[in-house]
Design a protein around this ligand. Sequence first.
Ligand code: 8YV
Length: 325
Amino acid sequence: MSARPKILSIGNMEPRVEDELARDFEIFSTNKQPLEEIMPAHAAEITGLITRGRMRTDARLIAELPRLQLIANYGVGYDSIDCAAAASRGVVVTNTPDVLNDEMADFTVGLMLATIREIPQSDAYLRAGNWERSGAFPLTASLRDRKIGIAGLGRIGQVIARRLQAFERPIAYYARTPRDGLPYEYHSSLEALAEAVDVLIVVLPGGSATHHAVNGQVLKKLGPNGILVNVARGSVADEEALIAALRDGTILGAGLDVFAHEPSVPQALREMKNVVLTPHVGTGTHHTRRLMGNLVIDNVRAWFAGKGPVTPVSETPWEVGANVA
Ligand code: 8YV
């Protein structure tokens, strides 16, 4: 019997994914051993890498794995992987698209409403005994008089927009190019969208192309009644400019699931009353994480069975019939 392919697992992978794959593969996981211990002994033999994106798969790591064929990412966003370095070596990268669209859309709508109606703040108010002591919770902003903007109308953005239609508020979006056949107002720049709306939902992919796309100028356009909801990547917003805008009333409030330096969240944000902060939990349910894990497993199994990847990313496209392994 030939030796089982060796897979490196980095970035706190869900243990279930490793356990399932361990039936057919030899897994070396940073959940169990530091990378510095795994690499000298096994780097030369490792042919697959699974990652949760919390540890960067940079050009250096890829170069240190001379027989690497596949990088399977547990997540739809793969900005932590240097795809150009992978592509130049013929290494295929896969992600977990679509299986998380509904979960992300549910969560985004929830975070938006929680932020506008200050639901966590009113919960804290009750628990602290303020209802009895000081009377009714102060009135909040409303969705009723708002236009909603979505920055990024990809797969997740479109599902969010469909959910939002039920709220019977005008919807606008920004994308690099207009999407055919959709009933939403198009804006060709983020600034123009921010100016046109009162809620700005950010679902742009991470990476250098969108780094600090939500800058001080965009926040200024969003204006003093504006609410920012970021469920994409912390890197997409200029966190310092955002803190300043929240502090001085340039915008009204923000719902944030992602941060520039996770898991560290600036003290300034933690102390603000006009923000709702969640620890990157957009896809964090048993249901959806299972689906994401299954797709990682399917990609690894399909690849090493010689069938090619199930969901390759666009930077490392796969041609059916190409030679694998
Ligand atoms: C994380 C996400 O990957 O899919 C994405 O791009 O950001 C999330 O689903 C998840 O937290 C796993 O680490």
